[in-house]
Design a protein around this ligand. Sequence first.
Ligand SMILES: NC(=O)c1ccc[n+]([C@@H]2O[C@H](COP(=O)([O-])OP(=O)(O)OC[C@H]3O[C@@H](n4cnc5c(N)ncnc54)[C@H](OP(=O)(O)O)[C@@H]3O)[C@@H](O)[C@H]2O)c1
Ligand SMILES: *[C@@H]1O[C@H](CO)[C@@H](O)[C@H](O)[C@H]1NC(C)=O
Length: 326
Amino acid sequence: MTYSALKEKQSLHNLPSFLLFCLVFFFQYTKEQAGEATKVAIDVGYRHIDCAFLYGNEVEVGRAINAKIADGTVKREDIFYTGKLWSNNQAPERVRPALESSLKDLGLDYMDLFLIHTPVEFKPGDNLFPKDENGKVIFHNTDIRDTWKAMEACKDAGLVRSIGVSNFNSKQLELILNAPGLKYKPVCNQVECHIFLNQSKLLEFCKSKDIVLVGYSVLGSSRVEGWIDKNLPYVLENPVVIEVAKKVGRSAAQVAMRYLLQRGIVVLAKSFTAERIKQNFQLFDFQLSDEDMQRVDGVNKNMRYLSIDRYVGALSACGEICRIIG
Ligand SMILES: NC(=O)c1ccc[n+]([C@@H]2O[C@H](COP(=O)([O-])OP(=O)(O)OC[C@H]3O[C@@H](n4cnc5c(N)ncnc54)[C@H](OP(=O)(O)O)[C@@H]3O)[C@@H](O)[C@H]2O)c1
Ligand SMILES: *[C@@H]1O[C@H](CO)[C@@H](O)[C@H](O)[C@H]1NC(C)=O
C-alpha cells in the first residue's frame, strides 16, 4: 500500500494513524507495554503503526504485529508499518544495513514506510549518541541527498514500499526535491504539529509538492521530565479546545486531533492506555464546524514542545540510559 493509498484509505475507511512511541528510555514504560499497546490498537482497528529504531522496541512491536497476523485479526498487507533511520546511520553505506537490522528485529520482510528520522546527522558508527571528551554530541555532515539516494535504493530492493523524511523544513525538503537524478520524492514529512504549532506554511508547501504532512505530539506531547518545559501551555488544557469539546460532546484529545485531520494532516497519537487508545480512534463520526475550526485556528502560537537543542540534549541523556538498560 502506498502512502497516498493509506491516506485515501484513512479518509475513506476511517483509519486514523497511530503512532507508537515505544520507549526504553522513559522509565515509566516498558518494552512489553509497547507490544501490548500494539495488540490493543490493532484489535481496536488501528492499522498504521509508527515506530523507530531509536525507540528500542521494534522487537516487541514486531512480535505483537506478527501475533495479530498469526491469530487472523489482520493480514500483513493490512498493516502500515513506519520505521525510521537514526542519525548515526546517514552515511550512504550504513542506510540499508540499518533498515535490514530493523526488519530483522521486527520479524518483517519489508516496511511500508521508512523515514530519515531527522535532518541532523551524528558521527557515523554504532553509537547512537556519539560524544566527544566534553560530553558534546559529535555531528557529521553527509550530503543528505546521498543519504536519500541510499533510501531510494532500499525501495528499489523491495525492502520498503515508500520513503520519506521527518523533522525537515521546507529548505531541506527542497534540497532533496531538486537533487539531480532524483528518483523518488519523499512521500511524507513527519513533524511536530498541534493547535499551538499549526504548521500552516510548511503544510502549504508540502501540499504543493504532494507530500503528506504527518503530525506528532498532537496531544501536547508526553510531557516527559527533561524533554519538555512543563511551563508551556498544554494542548489538552486549552480553554478553546475544552469549550469546543463540550459543545460537540467529545474529549479535548478528540477535538485536538480532529482539528488537524480536517486540515488534511495525518495524525499520530501515542497512548499505552487501552481506554485512550479506543477513544483516540473515535474521530470519524463527528465534525468541527467552520466556526469551531476558526476558533481553534486562533490559538496558534508557533510554539514548539521539542526544540532541536532540547531534543539533542534529551536524546543524549537517553543514550546514557539506553546503554544502561542495554
Ligand atoms: N519523528 C520525530 O522525530 C519525533 C520526535 C518526537 C516525538 N515523536 C513522536 O511523537 C509521538 C507523539 O508525541 P508524544 O508522545 O510527545 O505526544 P502525544 O501523542 O501528543 O501525547 C502522548 C501523551 O498523551 C497521553 N494521551 C493519549 N491519549 C490521550 C487522551 N485521549 N486523553 C488524555 N491524554 C492522552 C498519553 O498518555 P498514555 O500513554 O499514558 O495514555 C501520552 O502521555 C511520540 O510517540 C514520538 O514517537 C516523533
Ligand atoms: C495558523 O496560524 C497562523 C498564524 O498565527 C494563522 O494566521 C492561521 O489562521 C492559523 N491557521 C491556519 C489553518 O493557517
